[in-house]
Design a binder for this molecule. Structure first.
Ligand code: PMP
Length: 388
């Protein structure tokens, strides 16, 4: 068998400026990172609150490894559900105001597992057009009738919900849209969904820890709860600075997932030390409101600076602040020009975003400072000229 066909496909991707590359970080993740011996200022991590390198979280990770070992050892249902996992589930249930929580090893797996445990070909799933790939993949895999509604548009959703006789109707949305940074209109989406007898599932990967009282997330931000959003997903690899994810909801929902979610049943539990470290993140995140305040002030500074420079932003109140540039080659050229100046900002291109919607996805962290944001603004100003 020859791989010439694959080579041709790769070359085609390369010539369309769509090739993806990785860089090797020689330092810890953070606002400043080292690659090939050079230090860079980075605006591309999801460590929104700067907890990934926090000494208390690192200490908890050590302690967790000492107490529970390094690996989970087995799947949760076999012998891999440790006291560390259990304590984190209980703490997250209290934090989110839900009856129960179930941990998954990643957000991708939580979405895949939850949607596939709830739906099959007798059902229908409705997804925002801009939902994260893991939600879209999960919906397609489930075999349920799959429909997309217009971005954040409750009327478009209502029209689609009207025309179905499906057994179950699950409406699925990102809480904060991962490539645009805008907020899902949860009050409108939940009332349309409830009126028509559906369930609303929110993936709050980017809002959890950042929005709401004490970082309780987008559902709390809008003053909603388990009745309005019966299926809530949060991830722990972003604002929490660790890894993994969870689904929160009623006792019946969680028991259903334990019985039927294949990505829960057939995989090794997350390392218990990660759960132990996440408990430390949760304590910090609850008590240190200043991290969210600081983030909000950096977001304002960046947005004001961009509008002063005439750069096109999206309607985002979150740490995800994409600068729209249009074509992929231009996004790559600006990203490369920034890199020459010692700044990392990721160019996001189709198919992750729609054609013509290439952008520089700037993400801010409470660990950044004003001077670093100003440096980014200056560099963006220079780089867009260089790439014109
Ligand atoms: N949902 C959304 C909205 C995301 O942005 C991501 C990660 N980028 C995920 C789910 C997947 O989470 P994880 O990285 O924990 O698999």
């Amino acid at each position: 068998m020859s791989f010439d066909e694959l080579r041709a496909e790769l070359e085609q991707r390369q010539s369309a400026s769509l090739y993806r590359r990785r860089r090797v970080l020689e330092s810890a993740q953070g606002t400043e990172v080292q690659v090939d011996g050079r230090r860079y200022l980075a605006f591309c991590s999801n460590d929104y609150l700067g907890l990934a390198n926090h000494p208390e979280v690192i200490r908890a990770m050590h302690e967790g490894a000492e107490r529970f070992g390094v690996g989970g050892g087995a799947s949760h249902l076999v012998n891999g559900h440790s006291a560390a996992h259990h304590a984190l589930e209980e703490a997250l249930a209290e934090f989110t105001g839900r009856e129960r929580v179930l941990l998954f090893s990643t957000g991708y797996m939580a979405n895949l597992g939850a949607i596939n445990a709830l739906l099959d070909k007798r059902d229908a799933v409705y997804q925002d057009r801009l939902n994260h790939a893991s939600l879209l993949d999960a919906g397609l895999l489930s075999g349920a009738r799959f429909q997309r509604y217009l971005h954040n548009d409750a009327d478009s959703l209502a029209q689609k919900l009207e025309r179905t006789s499906a057994r179950r109707r699950l409406v699925v949305t990102d809480g904060v849209f991962s490539m645009d940074g805008d907020l899902a209109d949860l009050p409108a989406l939940s009332s349309v969904t409830r009126e028509r007898g559906g369930w609303l599932m929110v993936d709050d990967a980017h809002g959890f820890g950042c929005l709401g009282r004490g970082g309780r997330g987008i559902v709390d931000h809008f003053g909603l709860g388990q009745d309005e959003v019966p299926v809530l997903v949060g991830t722990l690899g972003k604002a929490f600075g660790t890894a993994g994810a969870f689904v929160a909801g009623s006792d019946d929902l969680i028991e259903t997932l334990i019985q039927f979610a294949r990505t829960y049943i057939y995989t090794t539990s997350m390392p218990p030390a990660v759960a132990w470290a996440t408990l430390a993140s949760l304590r910090l995140l609850e008590r240190e409101d200043w991290r969210r305040d600081r983030l909000a002030s950096l977001i304002r500074r960046f947005r004001d600076g961009c509008s002063g420079l005439g750069l096109e932003l999206m309607d985002s109140p979150t740490p995800i602040q994409p600068v729209l540039v249009g074509e992929s080659d231009r996004a790559l050229a600006i990203s490369a020009a920034l890199e020459e100046q010692g700044i990392f900002v990721t160019a996001i291109r189709p198919p992750t975003v729609p054609a013509g919607g290439a952008r520089l996805r700037v993400t801010l962290s409470a660990e950044h400072n004003e001077e670093q944001v100003d440096r980014l603004l200056d560099a963006l100003d220079g780089a867009r000229g260089a790439a014109a």
